[in-house]
Design a binder for this molecule. Sequence first.
Ligand code: PRE
Length: 268
Amino acid sequence: MQAVTLGPAGTYSHRAARAVADEVAFRESVSAIVDAVDTGTYDRGVVPIENSIEGSVTETLDAIADANIAVTREIVTPIRHALLAQSDSFSTVASHSQALAQCRTYLETEYPNATLEAVTSTARGVERAREDASVAGIGHPDNAGDGLRVLAEDIQDRSSNATRFFVLAPASERSDAGGKSTVVVYPNANYPGLLLELLEAFAERDINLSRIESRPSGNRLGDYLFHIDFEAGLYEERAQEALESVDDIASRGWVKRLGSYDTQHVLY
Ligand SMILES: O=C(O)C(=O)C[C@]1(C(=O)O)C=C[C@@H](O)C=C1
């Protein structure tokens, strides 16, 4: 099976994708990965969804809300960042915005004068460092290869740093089996107690929510859609009942069932 993920080679997404596919292809943005699965160019896509320090990857949330795809697995992996450069005399640190944010305290303490440059991925930042002696990259230490020194390891602000990825598949592969499920709800309504009603649909059926995130709908200020992960499979009666209730609450909008899935922990 071939999967598409965030490139170039050496990103954390690449490491997660290797757990689901023998061959991995790359795109430079999350939206392009979601699009490649939505249009049938690839059978699987692997995208970062949230990080234990920095929270949601909003580009992913917005892209999957707009697409017609399924989530077939989640992958959780520890993220341990290293600082990579030709020497310790650099003036710029280039990495993915999530990685820069995950190392904020380290960078402010050790390199308060460095310019931070957000690039499309950690591996792209390491490439910048390989080409330019004034640039350091933040990424997985294995990316050092020839020409770069590992100046520091484990520079993330918390040792428990972990990122959760979704494995995406075409909508036809949506499954009701699995211990968790994800839905996106657009109520297209705004009244006191709307969010409470949504939460009650799950609480009354003893279903634990593991994440709820609101994102602007883009239609008007103050109008939101909700990304909800819950700990039940869509095959379960209680989940079906909860979603019938959610369908009623969102009768003026829509409810997108992305499917049920299990969790895989990947160490590397
Ligand atoms: O740039 C990478 O290496 C990625 O795979 C992206 C990404 C992210 O978007 O969160 C993935 C894991 C880490 O949290 C840092 C960056």
